[in-house]
Each structure stands twice: as structure tokens, then as C-alpha cells.
Design a protein around this ligand. Structure first.
Ligand SMILES: NC(=O)c1ccc[n+]([C@@H]2O[C@H](COP(=O)([O-])OP(=O)(O)OC[C@H]3O[C@@H](n4cnc5c(N)ncnc54)[C@H](OP(=O)(O)O)[C@@H]3O)[C@@H](O)[C@H]2O)c1
Length: 333
């Protein structure tokens, strides 16, 4: 698997990271498939993944506990990323809450430090500068080697940077959600790493989820989870959207088949080839999928395949683009 640097100051890491949120769980529940996740993490280690992504809210700490247990024997060979979420969902973003949250995460993981600690999303009810000051202290105390943010736009990142360095940003980026593309390129000029999640559009681009797929009622992709109502779900999976997501995914699958590549590999490689992207984090409890995804770490898309993908991507309008067009039409009157 290809390796890249985590921004200008960070360590080398495999371009594929393993996501320890079992996709489909609503994050408030227990791990739906702990044994499967344990096997998948082991398969990911064997396939050459060197970093692993979790969060305090994934299965109420259950993901951290399981990840820590599997990684402990090889702790010095892998990077561990975890996150603190705003109060209500998680520990909270006040300085005292951040200091307590990381200690609890370290306890569940069974390690004395993590490699990257992220704010899971912005909490407008707490002054960001105070939160970020507390994050910088974690680095000084040796509790996390690097710190970053997730689901942040440029303006919020700049506010953090004014207080202390932001080493990495973990945001959604896929062929079906391209908002992160410009941000990744801009951040790389500032030496900040961009880690992409949702590169397979949560199973749509790999063909795992189609409009006919019957999802478990607690799966957020079925519309079960209020926090996702306004973004991921509405953008990709809601009725009226999933149909066009699927038409796009079939187009990618056809291009991939012509190049004798798996659709998942093409979707992952496309993300990895966006300027400024350091790595992508993918989730799976299917051992074959874990291995196939690792191969995307070494894939090269030939010129013809890349051109056909570009044509399809530029013809597909994301929700963000449709909203922007509608807004400018309104502004023109
Ligand atoms: N920072 C954040 O706010 C945030 C948000 C969401 C996710 N994340 C991180 O990103 C990770 C990945 O996200 P995700 O798992 O939700 O979405 P994802 O990686 O975009 O997609 C996962 C889905 O794709 C399927 N899949 C994976 N590899 C496949 C392959 N080779 N062929 C066919 N299907 C395949 C999986 O099913 P199978 O299990 O059957 O393979 C699963 O349904 C999470 O675990 C988490 O660590 C972070």
C-alpha cells in the first residue's frame, strides 16, 4: 500500500486507513458485529493498513475498546486516530471536558497516547478558540502527537490555526460529495493533512447499497438517525436522491468493468488522486472487501479511464451544486 505524509509535519501513513465505525450502526447502540469488526481489523493489519480511525461516540466507546484490544500488541507500528464530540452526543468541547475526554478514550483504548485527536464536529455553543487551546495542550502533555478537526470548513480551521497548529482535517470526500476537493488542495498549501471519509459514499459507489437494498431500520442510511437527516442522508440516500446516486454509481461500475477494476477501487483511487488528499478511511467488516480496498492503495488509473470518470463526475450535479445554482438563480431574480 502506498504511503504518504500526514501534512508537512506528520508521520508517514498508508493511503488507506481502516474505519472502526461499523457502517450501518446508529452510533448510539452497541457494535452490531463486534466479532466481524475484530476479524476485519486483523485483516486490515495483514493487508498493510497502518492507521485506524475511531471515536468516543462509536458504539458508546465500544469501537475504541475493541480497536485498542486488537492493536495493543502492535501499538508501535500503527497510528490511532480518535475524536471527541460536542456535549449531548459526546463529552463536550469545553477545555475541562476535552481534558477528561481524551483520558477516557486513552483508557478505553488501553494506550498512553493517541497519534491524532480530532474534534468530531463544530460546537457553536462553545468558543472555538478555548476548545482549540485545550487541544494544543494535549500535544504539549504528550497525550496526542497531533491534533485536528473533522467536518470543519476553512473559516473554522483558520480560527483554530490562529491559536495553534491544526495538523489534519478529516472531512467527507467522494465522487458524490465533492465539497472537500477545494479544501484539500487549499489545506495542502498550508501543510495541513486532509483525510477523506465516505470515499465509497457509504457503500453506494461500491455497489453495496442500491435503491433496492433493504437496510436495517436502525441503519442511518435508511433515514433512522436524526443527526444525519440534514446532510449525508438527504444528499445521498433519501428517496429522490438515491436514484440519481445509483445511476451515477452504475456509470462508475461500467467504467471500472471496462478497465478490469473493482468499482470500489476506482472510487477510492479517484479520491486518493485529488490534490492535497493524504489518505482515505474506509469501513468494512467483509474480509474480501478489506483486502480489495487495500489494493486501491497501489492502483493506477490509466488515462482513458481517468478521462471517462472526469466526464461522468462533471456531468453529475451534487446537492451542493444544485443548491448553489438555485441560489444564484434566485439572486438574479
Ligand atoms: N469524521 C466523521 O465525521 C466520520 C463520518 C463517517 C465516517 N467516518 C469514518 O470513516 C469510516 C468509513 O466510513 P463508512 O464506513 O461509514 O463509509 P464508507 O467507507 O464510505 O463505506 C462503507 C460501506 O461500503 C461497503 N464497502 C467497503 N468496501 C467495499 C468493497 N470493497 N466492495 C463493496 N462494498 C464495500 C461497506 O460494506 P461491507 O462492510 O459489506 O464491506 C459499507 O457498507 C468510518 O468507519 C469512520 O471511521 C468518519
Amino acid at each position: 500500500v502506498e504511503h504518504r505524509s500526514l501534512g508537512t509535519s506528520g508521520p508517514r501513513l498508508s493511503v488507506l486507513g481502516f474505519g472502526a465505525w461499523v457502517t450501518g450502526s446508529d452510533t448510539a447502540s452497541e457494535l452490531p458485529d463486534a466479532a466481524g469488526l475484530r476479524r476485519a481489523i486483523t485483516a486490515a493489519i495483514d493487508a498493510g493498513y497502518t492507521w485506524f480511525d475511531t471515536a468516543e461516540i462509536y458504539a458508546r466507546g465500544g469501537s475504541e475498546e475493541l480497536l485498542g484490544e486488537v492493536l495493543r500488541p502492535i501499538r508501535d507500528r500503527v497510528l490511532i486516530v480518535t475524536k471527541v464530540a460536542p456535549s449531548g452526543a459526546g463529552s463536550g468541547m469545553r477545555p475541562g471536558e476535552i481534558a477528561r475526554a481524551i483520558r477516557e478514550s486513552l483508557g478505553r483504548l488501553g494506550v498512553d497516547h493517541v497519534d491524532l485527536y480530532l474534534l468530531h464536529w463544530h460546537d457553536p455553543s462553545v468558543p472555538l478558540e478555548e476548545t482549540w487551546g485545550a487541544m494544543a495542550q494535549l500535544v504539549e502533555q504528550g497525550l496526542s502527537r497531533y491534533v485536528g478537526v473533522s467536518n470543519f470548513g476553512y473559516d473554522l480551521i483558520a480560527r483554530c490555526q490562529a491559536v495553534a497548529p491544526v495538523h489534519a482535517v478529516e472531512n467527507q470526500l467522494s465522487m458524490l460529495h465533492r465539497n472537500g476537493e477545494e479544501l484539500a488542495a487549499r489545506l495542502s498549501m498550508e501543510g495541513v493533512a486532509f483525510l477523506a471519509y465516505g470515499a465509497l459514499a457509504f457503500g453506494l459507489l461500491s455497489g453495496r447499497v442500491t435503491p433496492e437494498t433493504i437496510l436495517h431500520p436502525s441503519d442511518w442510511r435508511a433515514g433512522s438517525f436524526a443527526r444525519y437527516e440534514s446532510n449525508y442522508y438527504q444528499e445521498l440516500f433519501a428517496r429522490g436522491r438515491i436514484e440519481s446516486s445509483y445511476v451515477f454509481a452504475r456509470g462508475i461500475a461500467a467504467i471500472a468493468a471496462d478497465a478490469d477494476l473493482p468499482a470500489s477501487g476506482v472510487a477510492l483511487r479517484w479520491v486518493l488522486e485529488r490534490p492535497g488528499v493524504s489518505a482515505a478511511v474506509v469501513g468494512s467488516t467483509d474480509l474480501e472487501h478489506v483486502a480489495t480496498n487495500a489494493q486501491a492503495g497501489d492502483l493506477r488509473l490509466d488515462e482513458k479511464t481517468s478521462r471517462r470518470i472526469d466526464e461522468l463526475v462533471s456531468a453529475h450535479r451534487t446537492v451542493a451544486e444544485e443548491t448553489a445554482t438555485a441560489a444564484s438563480a434566485r439572486a438574479r431574480g
